[in-house]
Ligand binder design. Structure first.
Ligand code: ATP
Ligand code: MG
Length: 331
């Protein structure tokens, strides 16, 4: 059967947290069953924030190992670093940039938000970020793109580009469709918003944390501020207690019900409840870390190299077709 293609990238910014794993990576990995997945590590995209060159390669390999430990199957999916097809991606990006209206890019909410947050780093690449993302999708004739709500606007830009390009040069690219990402948002340990790797280390559980570190973090996690003494009954609901909210994702049904009952009847205090959250989190993280230890940088490098060969082959064919459509006579 000819599986539809999906394309998805992640920036190698390191420090994946349990939210990225549970809400992002695991869902993506499941998609490889039904789709021909193209997963890439977006090292070109990461250049907008100027990562340290010595750390960049290390981070790419680290993310690759995480993907593999999460279950990415390099036989079934194409898995590569974006920079390994940089000439093809950059060439396509140039062609696409010619049809993309600048005004739409400058009005893009994610651009405006980043420009406001870091006014000293509003570079040309940042404005063109959605055009580069479009090249990532179209370089494989991607049919579907898994996106969170915040990324929908980028996909709309990709669709605008496809429509304009196809109108100018004839039917060339499929119109990419969104696959809505799992809407699960793991809350921050601080109780403020969701876990985010760009927030303080204490606000999330990293997939690399040791049991001691996890224990230290959950101990400090924000819980029900109204429950002052152990004898006070708690409010074990998603809105009433952040620690219970976290339990609801990581603790299985029977144990979750037991915790709820004990909290309502003040039979357990917050200290015990947090210790129990640690063990729920460990039951996810420990098997993951064991798989991670079994994958070396060398293994990851070899797998990315195989992926590069597959990705480059289809990218070169696509570029040859695009040049022909545009009328570029390169020898
Ligand atoms: P940053 O702070 O740099 O934006 P982030 O933690 O928000 O980092 P992203 O790189 O933006 O992570 O997202 C990577 C993937 O993880 C996406 O699929 C995103 O939907 C998912 N994700 C991010 N944070 C959470 C969370 N707290 N719960 C569930 N999924 C999440
Ligand atoms: Mg984010």
């Amino acid at each position: 059967m000819n599986r539809k293609k999906i394309v998805s990238g992640i920036r190698p910014t390191g420090n994946l947290h349990i939210g990225n794993y549970y809400g992002g990576m695991k869902g993506l990995i499941n998609l490889q069953e039904d789709y021909h997945a193209h997963f890439f590590i977006a090292d070109l995209h990461s250049l907008t924030t100027h990562p340290n060159p010595e750390n960049l390669k290390k981070n790419v390999l680290q993310i690759a190992r995480h993907y593999l430990a999460a279950g990415l199957d390099p036989e079934r999916s194409v898995f590569y670093a974006q920079s390994s097809i940089a000439p093809e991606i950059s060439e396509l990006h140039t062609y696409l940039s010619m049809v993309m209206p600048l005004g739409d890019l400058l009005r893009c909410p994610t651009f405006k938000e980043k420009a406001k947050k870091h006014p000293d780093n509003v570079n040309y690449g940042l404005v063109g970020y959605p055009v580069l993302m479009t090249a990532d999708i179209l370089i494989h004739n991607g049919d579907y793109v898994p996106v969170g709500d915040d990324q929908l606007v980028h996909l709309e830009i990709a669709r605008t580009i496809v429509r304009k390009f196809n109108l100018l040069y004839g039917e060339t690219f499929p119109l990419p469709q969104p696959i809505k990402e799992n809407a699960v948002r793991i809350p921050s340990l601080s109780g403020q918003g969701k876990m985010s790797k760009s927030d303080s280390q204490d606000s999330f559980v990293s997939m690399d944390d040791s049991p001691t570190e996890i224990n230290k973090k959950t101990k400090k996690a924000y819980s029900d501020p109204k429950r002052v003494y152990k004898n006070d009954p708690g409010n074990p609901t998603k809105n009433g207690c952040n620690v219970f909210h976290l339990h609801s994702y990581f603790t299985d049904g029977d144990r979750l019900n037991a915790i709820k009952k004990q909290c309502l009847q003040a039979e357990i205090g917050c200290v015990d409840c947090k210790a129990s959250l640690t063990s729920s989190i460990l039951s996810i993280i420990e098997p993951f870390q064991e798989r991670l230890r079994g994958i070396t940088d060398h293994d990851a490098e070899g797998i990315l190299l195989d992926g590069k060969i597959k990705a480059k082959d289809s990218a070169q064919q696509l570029i040859a077709n695009v040049r022909k459509k545009i009328g570029l006579q390169m020898v």
